[in-house]
Design a protein around this ligand. Structure first.
Ligand code: ADE
Length: 222
């Protein structure tokens, strides 16, 4: 999968070069390119924002630099995504759908938003990561890229995907590693028993208990 990220703040994306996503890029499972929109500005000061016509608070990202940045990477397979609080909220189903795509271009808005003509020209899919407003599209883009990459074949162990929260419709059961007793906080006996059927049963019960307590809405979807 190829991912192009168009942004005015390329330095924000160093997170994508660590841990699992770093390995996924090194092994060629995903390719991530960060494109600086400012490089496409025709202004001598590389200005990319301006006042809204008709007045109003704040600045808007200008259409021309964003248009040229998209055109520099767009091909016939590319799907354009624009993180936005007014998009549909991301969930495990939309993450899985996005993970099947060959090429995604993210446009990160900033300031008070973008000139509306970007949407008129490219018809991006708008995706929200929750009902709150962030200062720009950079963090939502990283959230979406991270979540989507996990479903790209070979990026993480397929077993982890099956067992994790939301894939089964339930929240994940608690897990422990050594030591079995830490300052009196003990690992549940059943996990040390070696009885796989009992362990499985305990994990299911814990998942259900946790989901009932924290996310009862998920149980209605089962
Ligand atoms: N940009 C600003 N807030 C956002 C949100 N909640 N989701 C996606 N993009 C955003």
């Amino acid at each position: 999968m190829k991912i192009d990220i168009l942004t005015l703040f390329p330095e924000s994306f160093s997170y994508l070069n660590s841990s699992i996503l770093k390995r996924a890029q090194e092994s060629g499972k995903i390719e991530i390119n960060i494109i600086d929109i400012r490089a496409f500005s025709l202004d001598k000061h590389k200005k990319c924002d301006d006042y809204p016509f008709g007045g109003g608070a704040g600045m808007l990202m200008m259409v021309q630099p964003v248009y040229d940045a998209v055109k520099s990477v767009q091909d016939e397979n590319a799907v354009i995504v624009m993180p936005s609080p007014s998009g549909k909220t991301l969930n495990v189903e939309s993450v899985k759908e996005l993970s099947k795509l060959e090429h995604i271009i993210f446009i990160c808005g900033h300031y008070e938003g973008l000139d509306e003509r970007i949407k008129d020209i490219f018809h991006p899919i708008e995706i929200s990561i929750g009902d709150y407003v962030l200062t720009g599209g950079e963090l939502p883009t990283m959230v979406i890229v991270d979540a989507v990459s996990r479903f790209v074949s070979g990026v993480i162990n397929e077993e982890s995907l099956k067992e994790e929260s939301f894939s089964s419709g339930l929240l994940e059961y608690p897990q422990y590693t050594r030591p079995a007793d830490f300052i009196g906080y003990k690992v549940p006996d059943v996990l040390l028993s070696g009885n796989h059927a009992e362990i499985e049963k305990w994990r299911k019960e814990k998942s259900l208990e946790k989901t009932k307590q924290i996310r009862p809405d998920l149980l209605k979807k089962l």
